[in-house]
Design a binder for this molecule. Structure first.
Ligand code: HEM
Length: 205
């Protein structure tokens, strides 16, 4: 068994802040969306303030991820090799749906150059370069609606921005639940969490 240093300090710091801020945004977001003013889960003005602060921290943290991926080379793990891509996705899906219950070996085990399997890669790519940026941009637009949204598009612009923000937030929340579940599927249930905590991933090949 070998160990590969896949999660340097900057990724672990980014990931911890990202996870904490997403949790704070989900809790305050759900409170603002679903609790009534008279009977709030969190007092409305407090929920708004915490939601704004968490969103601002998440934004600056996102830049660490974006720039770090470029400067430190971690971005290669997000680059999709289209040749044979869909068959690999299907293979990985079949493993999660059936193979895993028959004690089969994973079709794309972690190796020294690949830290994500194809489904992981696709979901991380969609979330980190799709839904999170959309959530961030619409969040800022809602923080300063008078700057563009209201001026250019009026009330309908504000409504659409809000709708996109809520949908993106919902997808990121769903991702987080599924992501944590899939992180338990490793050599041992705690292997991936141990890797993210220590930086070193075990490679069993
Ligand atoms: C409490 C919440 C979370 C936990 C416990 C958690 C856990 C983990 C673990 C264990 C890994 C390593 C996966 C592996 O070894 O293959 C990981 C990686 C990752 N997580 Fe999370 N995660 C959480 C929240 C999030 C959220 C909210 C996002 C995005 C919105 C996210 C995005 C990612 C990404 C992109 C990676 C890969 C990072 C890289 O190496 O480039 N995680 N997470």
């Amino acid at each position: 068994m070998d160990k590969v240093y896949f999660y340097p300090v900057w990724i672990r710091v980014w990931h911890t802040i990202n996870a904490l801020m997403c949790l704070a945004l989900i809790i305050t977001g759900v409170s603002m969306q679903y609790s009534s003013i008279e009977n709030p889960i969190i007092r409305f003005d407090h929920a708004v303030a915490w939601h704004n602060v968490s969103g601002i921290i998440l934004t600056f943290n996102y830049f660490i991820f974006y720039i770090g991926n470029i400067l430190k080379g971690n971005g290669v793990h997000y680059k999709i090799l289209w040749k044979g891509f869909w068959p690999s996705i299907i293979k990985q899906f079949q493993y999660y749906a059936f193979g895993i219950f028959k004690n089969q070996k994973p079709p794309f085990p972690i190796n020294k150059t690949k830290k994500f399997n194809p489904l992981q890669q696709l979901s991380y790519l969609f979330i980190m370069y799709g839904f999170v940026p959309v959530m961030v941009v619409t969040g800022w637009a809602l923080l300063f609606p008078e700057l563009v949204v209201n001026d250019v598009f009026g009330n309908i612009g504000l409504f659409i921005t809000d709708l996109i923000h809520v949908i993106a937030g919902f997808v990121v929340s769903l991702f987080m639940i599924v992501h944590i579940y899939f992180c338990t599927i490793g050599h041992k249930p705690g292997s991936h969490f141990k890797a993210m905590a220590s930086g070193y991933h075990e490679v069993h090949e």
